[in-house]
Design a protein around this ligand. Structure first.
Ligand SMILES: Nc1ncnc2c1ncn2[C@@H]1O[C@H](COP(=O)(O)OP(=O)(O)O)[C@@H](O)[C@H]1O
Ligand SMILES: [Mg+2]
Length: 348
């Protein structure tokens, strides 16, 4: 085995070990050294594979190969320093020293993605099933007990309408989310004025009865605040943020909007327009803040549902901002309210 081959192994991101017929480690590349000798720092070379990995499945693979099998694999769990799932592959060589190549591949991201997909499907099914169950129940009642009760029929029709509306909003948000995700890598091209967008959103909300009692005050540092953006998507961002501010704060409370420019925002390297929406509601406890943009994450799902929420609003907002190379910042003092800020790179 040449030094050149060893240096080639060192260039690989995946940990690779070469073992002898007695399972001694003949050579370990840099990635393997980093992964497996975290605590001890002693070189893996010369150590027994069994003691380094201490995993019966890993040992089984190596032994099968030493017994004449061409290759063997297993998914093993390692605590290095957080738990990861790795696909271990043992392959026979034609020589005795080394006799086996063992490689490891981190499967955690793949498994996490699969888990997220199945959680998402379970959530969507659950969200669709509950209005559907209500509708089926009502239909049965209308065919039976309430057959000739006009008053009950009117009441049930109202519930049916609101449940159908709930399903419709959920499907609408799901379509929005998938569209935004699909376009996330395509940069928008239009030049858009945030002041104008925010004014339109305020006007639309005021026209809808449930926000009629609200005072929205808007302060903008500049008459025009231009960004490169998709006007429909940016409208959706501020609609979601303003609707939340209205829904989750006390009736009659003020909703304040501020647009200002900010330099040197962490992780954004240009000057941005920061549009903040503040309400005077009960606020959000700190432990919820990092999770609010997760799909279907709601602090009080009963309340959110009663308000017509789907739990997807902030997830959509986050994806839209990411498409605009922007960010979302959420701050809250429990008992005093919430300030959610959208940061979007500015055209100056
Ligand atoms: N301004 C706010 N004040 C208090 N809680 C909020 C506010 N905005 C969002 N939230 C919380 O975040 C959750 C997720 O918001 P969102 O994704 O828009 O879903 P939805 O409004 O459909 O429930 C809400 O259910 C609510 O618990
Ligand atoms: Mg919402």
């Amino acid at each position: 085995m040449t030094d050149l081959l060893y240096s080639v192994l060192d260039t690989l991101d995946e940990p690779v070990l070469l073992l002898d017929t007695d399972r001694t480690i003949v050579q370990a590349n840099v990635a393997a050294q980093k992964l497996l000798s975290l605590k001890s720092k002693t070189p893996l070379q010369g150590q027994s594979f069994v003691r380094v990995l201490r995993n019966p499945e890993a040992l089984r693979c190596v032994d099968e190969v030493l017994a004449g099998q061409k290759r063997a694999h297993a998914d093993i769990q390692l605590d290095t320093p957080h738990r990861v799932t790795m696909r271990l592959m043992a392959v026979a060589l034609e020589t005795d020293s080394p006799a086996v190549v063992v490689s490891l591949k981190d499967e955690t991201p793949l498994l996490q993605a699969a888990q997220m997909r199945s959680d998402f499907v379970a959530n969507v099914s659950h969200e669709l099933r509950s209005p559907l169950t209500t509708l089926s129940g009502i239909i049965e009642t209308l065919q039976g007990n309430a057959k000739d009760d006009l008053e009950a029929q009117q009441r049930f029709l109202k519930i049916m309408q609101s449940e159908a509306g709930r399903m419709d909003r959920l499907i609408g948000d799901l379509i929005s989310l998938s569209r935004v995700e699909e376009e996330e890598r395509v940069r928008p091209t239009e030049s858009v004025d945030l002041v104008q967008i925010v004014q339109i959103v305020i006007r639309n909300l005021k026209e809808r009865s449930e926000s009629a009692d609200r005072g929205f005050n808007l302060h903008s540092e500049s008459e025009k605040c231009l960004v490169v953006g998709d006007p429909d998507q940016l409208t959706q961002v501020f609609q979601n943020l303003l609707e939340n501010a209205v829904k989750y704060s006390k009736p009659g409370g003020q909703v304040s909007l501020k647009i200002e420019s900010k330099k040197s925002v962490p992780r954004l390297n240009s000057t941005v327009w920061a549009v903040s929406v503040s309400d005077e509601g009960e606020g959000i406890a700190a432990e919820h803040l990092p999770r609010l943009t997760e799909r279907f994450y709601r602090i009080d799902s009963g309340r959110s549902r009663a308000m017509g929420g789907t739990g997807l609003g902030l997830a959509i907002v986050k994806h839209i901002l990411s498409r605009h190379r922007g960010r979302l910042h959420i701050a809250s003092v429990p008992g005093e309210g919430v300030t959610i800020t959208a940061l979007i790179p500015a055209i100056l």
